[in-house]
Design a protein around this ligand. Sequence first.
Ligand code: MN
Length: 205
Amino acid sequence: MTKYELPELPYDYAALEPHISGKIMELHHDKHHQAYVSGANAALEKLAEAREKNDFAQINLWEKNLSFNLGGHYNHSVFWTNLSPEGGEAEGDLLEQIQADFGSVDALKAQFTAAALGIQGSGWAVLAWDTLGGRLITYQMYDQANQLPVAVIPVLMLDMWEHAFYLDYQNVKGDYVKAFWHIVSWANVADRLKKAKENYSGIIA
Ligand code: MN
């Protein structure tokens, strides 16, 4: 069985300072993300065992564990590459799509920030390509997978779990989100939007 693997960070732990500390990045990647990868692999193994024994008594547990841990693996894999020390600006097709769907980059940032700060408990703020409507939307994801509509493709994700910011910002989430905007790799967001449009358009209707 193919195992999920922890991807390397595309930069050094301290590369995003002063916006996100090297200490957080090391813990977040090496411990938290690794735990999701291990959890997803464990859930798949348990499901394989259940099939071998034809005993699905614990199916709800393993399905929940797979969803949660695979969600964590997906989300962090997107999040790391959404960030870069260089930051940048939205341009080209990404800029046009943002203007069409939100009016302006500033309006998108205001909506995304409000969604991020409004999350109750642990979750993610997400900018995603809606393959059905052909538009960018924002949404709040609870835990690692809840409130995820089918066939929307995340292009920008912000981790709003306390482990993502508490060492640097304590309870001041607003400063964490402000710092995030300095290190968004808009080139990565643009690349993700291009791939989503090319590869996923029309998969629902
Ligand atoms: Mn996290």
